[in-house]
Design a protein around this ligand. Sequence first.
Ligand SMILES: Cc1cc2nc3c(=O)[nH]c(=O)nc-3n(C[C@H](O)[C@H](O)[C@H](O)COP(=O)(O)OP(=O)(O)OC[C@H]3O[C@@H](n4cnc5c(N)ncnc54)[C@H](O)[C@@H]3O)c2cc1C
Length: 323
Amino acid sequence: MSAAILVLVEHLKGTLADITFEMLGVGRQIAAAQGGQVHAVLLGKDVNALAARLGAADSVLLADEPNLEQPSAEVIVPLLQQLMAQKQASLVLLGGTNASFGLGGQLSARMKVPFVNFCKGARVEGGSLVLTSQLFGGKILSDVKLADGKGIVSVYPGAFPAEAGRSDKTPPVEKVAVPPGSPKVVFKRFVEPDTSDVDITKQSVLVAVGRGIQSQDNVQLAEELAQSLGGVVCASRPVIDQGWLPLSRQVGKSGMTVKPRLYLAFGISGAPEHWDGMQSSECIISVNTDPKAPIFDGSHYGVVGDAVELIPLLTDRIKAKKG
Ligand SMILES: Cc1cc2nc3c(=O)[nH]c(=O)nc-3n(C[C@H](O)[C@H](O)[C@H](O)COP(=O)(O)OP(=O)(O)OC[C@H]3O[C@@H](n4cnc5c(N)ncnc54)[C@H](O)[C@@H]3O)c2cc1C
């Protein structure tokens, strides 16, 4: 079957994101196996210069308008729907990123085609496209065969080589118009992350606290332990959401990815969204009152106990050792 593939280009402040090249690479791989063209869909404000860098695509479908700075799903989904019909596209590749979160489900419902999320692999077998989808934060990999090859696919960042989607060729550019409408969600301004805080991605020792730390006052106990170890305190999302620590200290899918030599996790259950951000730590030691807490499954060492009681004891022991 040979039908077109659409790739939604991701970019921020004039720079194309790596996920764009990953998607173009996998799009090319699928097109090579089953025929069809790959179209990059580029929309934004003052973005036409970026089109020249999308040479891995057979063409760039460009919507460059002043009101398209950070367009919302209300704008992007109808455009993709329109382009799928115009180009007779069977597949739409979206980044599995915060920028494209929420688009796939809507487009799939509108087009009445399946949505494959967290796609980490793609191959053509006996003429059918088989996609590998990651479930439960990586515990299960599931192969999905798209009936008649149609679907919306959210591509997991880092799963495919970006190099495969880079090319020096200059692609033809076709201007496209965004369907008219009055979106309710409108971009106002960028809020830059606070860079005055410490960078938790560069620390070799992290003392992480979760909801099990129970109160803001107890976060101070973790601060003292981190100081005694020459490390820094970070946290799971509930701690950040309560305002007990700044956003710059959040570890996980919607926070930072860290790789310290030592990750001490106190009162953290080990939800996939947290695990995603700290699983590459060299040594993970977890303390949790629940012996069945999922965090123990991936930890190098585990202690069943009360974090609030254990942290000060540990701090005292380390201080005493240091003399
Ligand atoms: C789109 C999305 C993105 C997300 N992004 C992130 C992210 O970036 N980072 C993140 O962390 N989460 C993220 N989450 C939330 C995630 O799903 C979990 O809800 C969160 O990680 C749970 O945090 P927690 O482990 O601190 O809390 P809980 O899951 O409530 O776990 C608390 C743990 O503390 C233990 N406990 C209780 N009292 C004590 C005690 N005295 N001593 C020791 N242990 C104790 C409990 O047994 C329990 O295991 C995201 C969710 C979604 C949907």
